[in-house]
Each structure stands twice: as structure tokens, then as C-alpha cells.
Design a protein around this ligand. Structure first.
Ligand code: GAP
Length: 458
């Protein structure tokens, strides 16, 4: 495989310099592992979410969207099991006071040969003792015992201090889809199998956040629950694995940088589970998950809420609680993969190096940049810009040499540059420069919209 130019440091620097992603609360010295999307980044992320929604809701037969509240009744998290078991095994270094996940320490020490997912806390402590796994920060060996640490952020509601109730920021969007299962089914008259999708924020008090936007404490998830009858679940699980992979390939990912990772240790309710991993700048890591969750979620909500979650088949009156195939992907984690996949440093014939982001045109922040060759051509260029703005997100730049302006657009991955020049006044054509090949054609300005619609579709 060819050597990639991308590193995490280069991505972070490019994102900051070009308005893609800034450190959160930067003027106050930052706030660990929070990030703010800038003018270019918010467009890219919105395009990622739009492409996902188009594929898994708009173009998916029998799939429906919801946008549920972030703050949910606390009983939801009892039913889902999050209040009791959504935790990581943490250890503190008594020397430098840094905090670590015991499973991550073991994985790193054994270079991935030992799978801590299958170990109890006592077994993990024994491994760390026996192999003298030192603190990766200070190099010393002086650990606390493992303590489990719930990852949910707590807050409270109520107008007076005496009347406060503990509530949680949702750690996943999935429960908003489960609790609305019958609301959606009844209002759409959907027949099983059908899907419910949601995109929204989730929050986790991660012990070891990091790697830029890979693992953060606040992030967005894009989740799709497919409700199906027991017996058809294995087939749909396989289908969702294929669909999840195809979505990534269609976004322009190279197959050799994606792989399935089947889980050895399954949650007690799961029948099958896998991730798709991506070869990030820091190595192979989870990009998304696909889980066969059986009828666990709906059964638990039926038990905890006292309300039926049973589906009645209109054809034969059969009553059952459907199984769920869940496909879940982080929008920010996909953004990081998209950035890493797109990054390139190309050496040109004249020896210069151009930085270029080869985004799928549908994902690029701007579909085109309108550039007057000289400032006195600005009125015509602005007219074209105004026309395009009604249809796409586009940008305009008249500062600096045309070569520099092309480079600026390459760096943020704008797929087409439209240059208004002296010929434009004569024959109404503009040059259209392709980001990847750098080839130029001339098109009548009237044809540009149709051309861009076709070239930037997902
Ligand atoms: N409802 C299932 C669920 O939440 P998960 O594997 O915990 O499963 C699903 O999360 C996806 O959400 C992950 O594959 C990842 O893309 C994203 N994700 C999870 N935790 C994250 C974090 N702390 N920061 C960014 N993305 C995260």
C-alpha cells in the first residue's frame, strides 16, 4: 500500500488554519477534548449528515426519522441498563495522578495480542501486576485498584434545591428511537420490517478521550434501528453490514483502509456484533458498529414503562416484540475518517507541493468557488456567484493571484473553481477547473448549474 502523507498533527493544523475545526473555548485556554466546527467544517459535517440521511432514510424503503429529546426520563436509562452497566474500568497512577482505562493499558502492553474484553476486573489487575505494566505518562508502577466509572453525565432538574431529580445527558441516541417505536409505527402505518433513524448529540464522560475528534465527551451519532421479526434478524444483520460498508465506499473510501471486526465478547442481550474499522492516522480503530440487539430493548422498555411494545401483524393478527438490528456511526468520527482519507500532498511537475483534500464533491464544504481573474471582473463574477448561491453552498474569492486562489480552494477540497475572465464578456463562458485533475474546460455560465448538480450528487 502506498505511504500516506497524512498525520494527525497535519490534520489538526490544517483544520485550524482553514476554519474546519478549532479547539473548544480556545481563548480560555481550551477545554480538554472539546472541539468547535468552523465555517468550512460545519458545511462538511452537515454534508456528511445529509449524505447519511439521504442513504438511510430518504432512499431507504420503510425507514423514518425522529429527533427525540436529549434529556429523557431517568427510567429510560434504568431500562436500557446504562445506570448500572455503562462503565469503564479505570485506574489512577498514584505518582502522576493520570487516569487510565485498565483494558486500554493491557491492549497497548500486549500489542493487541491479549483481549481484555474477556477479562474480569480481578483478572485485569492480575495481568497488570504480573506484567508490571507501567504508567504510560510517568513510567512508574504505582496503581490504584480498578474502579468502575459510569460514563453518563448527570445533571438535575427542578425549580428548588429540595425538589431536584437526577437526570442524564443521553449517552446514545438509540433510546429515543426505541421509546418511539409504536408512535412511529402507528403514525406511519409501517409494517415490520421497518427502520427508525436519528441524528443527534450524545455525551459520555470518557476516561481517555483523545485523538482529535475520534473520542470526545460530546459528539454526534447517526443511528438506525431496523425492527424485524425474529428469524429474519440474521439475514438483516448481514444486509446491514453490507449497506454500512457500501456507504463508506460510495463516499470515496479505499477498501483497503476499511475492515470488519467481529466481536468475540457479546453483550448479554446481543446475538451478533461487529465494527467497521478504519485505518486512521493513529492506526486501525472503530468507525461504526452493527449489532443484532434481539428483542432486548423493546422488552425492557415494556417491562419498565408498563406500556406494551408489542407489534400486531395486520395480516394475521400475530403479536410479537420485534428484534432490532442497529447500525450506529459517529458523525464526528466519520468526519475524522473523511478528513484523513481526503488528505493528500501532491508533488507537481514544477516540484511544488500542493495540499489537496480529495473529498467526495457531495461532502466538500463548497461545491464551487467563483473567482474573477482580475478585480475589474468582479461584477460579472458576483452575478454568477449570486445565481449559484440559490442552489449550492459556494464561495467567492478575489484576493491574490489566481494560482494562490486555486491552492486555497484545493486545501479545503472545493471540487470546482469557476474563473470569470475576459472571454466571459465576449461569449458568456467561464473556465471550470477540476480540483483533482487540475484540468480546465470552458462552459457557458448558463450550463454551470446543471453541470455542478450532476457532478456533485451523492
Ligand atoms: N447505540 C449503540 C452505541 O452507542 P457505540 O459503539 O457505543 O454504540 C456507536 O457507539 C458509534 O458512536 C461508534 O462506533 C462511534 O462512531 C461513535 N462514538 C462512540 N463514542 C464516541 C465518542 N466518545 N466520541 C466520538 N464518537 C463516539
Amino acid at each position: 500500500m502506498e505511504k500516506r502523507a497524512v498525520t494527525m498533527d497535519k490534520l489538526v493544523a490544517l483544520c485550524k488554519a482553514r476554519g474546519i475545526i478549532f479547539p473548544g473555548s480556545e481563548i480560555y485556554g481550551g477545554m480538554g477534548n472539546t472541539w468547535d466546527y468552523g465555517p468550512v467544517g460545519v458545511e462538511i459535517k452537515n454534508n456528511i449528515k445529509r449524505a447519511w440521511w439521504k442513504r438511510f432514510v430518504q432512499e431507504s424503503e420503510n425507514s423514518y426519522g425522529v429527533d427525540a429529546a436529549i434529556l429523557m426520563n431517568s427510567r429510560v436509562w434504568e431500562a436500557s441498563g446504562h445506570t448500572t452497566s455503562f462503565s469503564d474500568p479505570k485506574m489512577d497512577c498514584k505518582e502522576c495522578k493520570s487516569r487510565h482505562r485498565a483494558d486500554t493499558l493491557i491492549e497497548a502492553h500486549s500489542k493487541g495480542k491479549v483481549n481484555p474484553d474477556t477479562m474480569s476486573n480481578a483478572e485485569m489487575e492480575a495481568y497488570i501486576q504480573e506484567h508490571r505494566v507501567n504508567c504510560p505518562i510517568c513510567g512508574k508502577f504505582n496503581w490504584t485498584n480498578i474502579r468502575t466509572f459510569n460514563l453518563m453525565f448527570e445533571t438535575s432538574r427542578g425549580v428548588t434545591d429540595e425538589n431536584q431529580n437526577k437526570i442524564y445527558l443521553r449517552p446514545e441516541t438509540a433510546q429515543g428511537e426505541f421509546v418511539n417505536f409504536l408512535n412511529v409505527q402507528r403514525t406511519t402505518r409501517a409494517k415490520v420490517p421497518f427502520g427508525i433513524a436519528q441524528i443527534g448529540k450524545a455525551f459520555r464522560n470518557e476516561i481517555t478521550p483523545g485523538n482529535f475528534i475520534f473520542r470526545t465527551i460530546e459528539f454526534e451519532q447517526m443511528e438506525h434501528q431496523w425492527f424485524c421479526k425474529e428469524g429474519t434478524d440474521a439475514e438483516f444483520y448481514t444486509e446491514y453490514k453490507k449497506r454500512a460498508m457500501q456507504f463508506l465506499l460510495d463516499l470515496g473510501f479505499k477498501q483497503e483502509r476499511l475492515r470488519f471486526h467481529d466481536h468475540d465478547k457479546l453483550a448479554h442481550y446481543a446475538k451478533a456484533a461487529c465494527d467497521i474499522q478504519y485505518d486512521y492516522p493513529m492506526g486501525w480503530s472503530e468507525l461504526n458498529g452493527i449489532h443484532n440487539r434481539t428483542d432486548y430493548d423493546l422488552s425492557r422498555h415494556q417491562e419498565y414503562s408498563g406500556k406494551t411494545m408489542t407489534y400486531v401483524d395486520p395480516m394475521n393478527g400475530e403479536r410479537y416484540i420485534p428484534y432490532v438490528i442497529e447500525y450506529s456511526i459517529g458523525a464526528d468520527r466519520l468526519m475524522l475518517a473523511v478528513l484523513a482519507e481526503a488528505y493528500d500532498e501532491e508533488t507537481l511537475e514544477n516540484g511544488e507541493v500542493r495540499n489537496v483534500m480529495h473529498f467526495h464533491p457531495a461532502i466538500a464544504a463548497y461545491k464551487a468557488a467563483v473567482l474573477p481573474l482580475q478585480k475589474n471582473l468582479a461584477p460579472q463574477a458576483k452575478e454568477l456567484y449570486a445565481r449559484l448561491q440559490k442552489v449550492f453552498s459556494v464561495t467567492y474569492d478575489e484576493a491574490g493571484s489566481i494560482g494562490k486562489r486555486y491552492r486555497r480552494q484545493d486545501e479545503i477540497g472545493t471540487p470546482y473553481c469557476l474563473t470569470v475572465d475576459f472571454q466571459t464578456a465576449d461569449d458568456g463562458t467561464v473556465t471550470v477547473r477540476d480540483r483533482d485533475s487540475m484540468e480546465q474546460i470552458r462552459l457557458n455560465a448558463e450550463q454551470v448549474i446543471a453541470y455542478l448538480v450532476e457532478k456533485t450528487a451523492f
